[in-house]
Structures are given as structure tokens and as C-alpha cells.
Design a binder for this molecule. Sequence first.
Ligand SMILES: Nc1ncnc2c1ncn2[C@@H]1O[C@H](COP(=O)(O)OP(=O)(O)OP(=O)(O)O)[C@@H](O)[C@H]1O
Ligand SMILES: [Mg+2]
Length: 240
Amino acid sequence: MNNISAKETRSGKPTAAIACYKLTKIFNDGASEVKVLSNVNLTVQRGERVAIVGPSGAGKSTLLHILGGLDTPTGGRVLIAGNDMAQLTDADRSHIRNQYLGFVYQFHHLLPEFTVLENVCIPLLIRGVTPPEAQEKALALLSKVGLEHRYKHKLGELSGGERQRTAIVRALVTDPVCVLADEPTGNLDSRTAERVYQSMLDLNNELNTSLVIVTHDLTLANKMDRILHLENGGLELFVQ
Ligand SMILES: Nc1ncnc2c1ncn2[C@@H]1O[C@H](COP(=O)(O)OP(=O)(O)OP(=O)(O)O)[C@@H](O)[C@H]1O
Ligand SMILES: [Mg+2]
């Protein structure tokens, strides 16, 4: 994957964190077709924070999965840090995901039998970081979100908000270019949600990570640089 760094420096300036062009997604189950995305264009700059809102079933999660290389579009292109995902092999796509992206899901997808520290270290260890270095990095970030006293606890012993903060640290610990978050505060009470997204925004500021957040929470959406509304397959600037 030596071509990645070459692409980033060729133009002399960093490429957009994520871009998609004329994205279309049609689900076809044999009997019927559901057109979820139609001609969606989006460019997320480095450090930029974008919220995506829209009604249930509009295709927000579908869009996020495609932007993150977890699903393939029916038509159009996705570029992650300048790399055209359709041109890559499966192995290279996984490499790009691991190298450039972080994911936060509504239901955290952490490993309950492992400690907070272990959960956060896993993405670093996968990248070949040594265990002492991984632990140092993980502890530094955990302390920024107020979890330094919880790092030896198993995930199963934490509250919902603590788990979600752990998930955010895990998504950011590898210094990704962009974090894709699908309703990261969706199942938390409003005070805990506020704390969780403040942690996310603080880390985003400090690390200059781009954020694309799907949310129903307009208080969170209003903290972003842009709010986009997805409905009837199209993405438009949200007007309040
Ligand atoms: N694998 C699939 N096969 C067929 N249809 C699908 C598939 N995944 C999603 N859909 C359909 O695509 C549409 C968009 O789904 P998606 O999950 O992206 O919506 P959403 O905007 O995230 O909704 P919510 O706010 O409820 O999470 C829905 O009508 C859904 O039923
Ligand atoms: Mg969804």
C-alpha cells in the first residue's frame, strides 16, 4: 500500500478525508427493489464535522456503511483519503479502513469479557504497535474522557455512558482521518449523551479528526460544522 502516501503528497496538500460522488444504492431482494440512495455527493474535509439527520429508513446507516467501506454502492465512487475504494482489493480496503477510519456504533460492539484498556488497545495491536506503547496511548486518551479509574474494569461492569466513551476512545486511538458514528448517543439519557458527545468533540478538536455523525439529536447536530438532511435518496443542507 505504498501508493497511499504517494497520493496524499502528490498534490502538495492533503486530500479530503472522505468524498463520495454520484452514490447510488439499490437493495434488491429478488422480488422487489428499494432505491435508498440516489446521486449522493459529499466531501468531508480534514477536521470537518458533519451531522447527518433524516427520518428512520431514509438510508443514513446505509450511507455510513458505504462511506466506511463496509458495504458497496450500486453506483458511484467513494474516496477515503484520496483512495478510490472500488479500485482496491479486499485486503487493501481492510487496510484503508484500519489505517484511516474509526467507527462508533449505537450499540457499542465492544468485547464485554475484556477490560476497558484491552478493548481500546486492540486496534493498535492489530496495527503492530507494541503492547507497552499501545497501553500508554490508550491510557492517555482514556484519561481525557474521564475513564482513567475504570481501565481495569471489564466492559460488562460499566454503565452505558462509560461503554460509549470507551467506544469513542477505541475509534480515535489510532488517530484516524475520519470517525464515522451511527447514533453514538442514541441509547443514552440526555445528560450522559451530552458528556459522551463532548468527549468526542474534544478529541476531534485535539486530533483534528473529521467526524461524520448520524444522529436524531439536534443539540449534538448543532455542534457540527454542517448538518445534512437525507430523505428520498438525496442529501441536502438541513434548514432549521
Ligand atoms: N440489507 C438490506 N436489504 C434490504 N433492504 C435494506 C437492507 N439494509 C437496509 N435496507 C433498507 O434500506 C432502507 C434504509 O435503511 P437504513 O438502515 O440505512 O435507514 P436509517 O436511515 O439508518 O434508519 P434508522 O434511523 O431507523 O436507523 C430501509 O428501508 C431498509 O429497510
Ligand atoms: Mg440507522
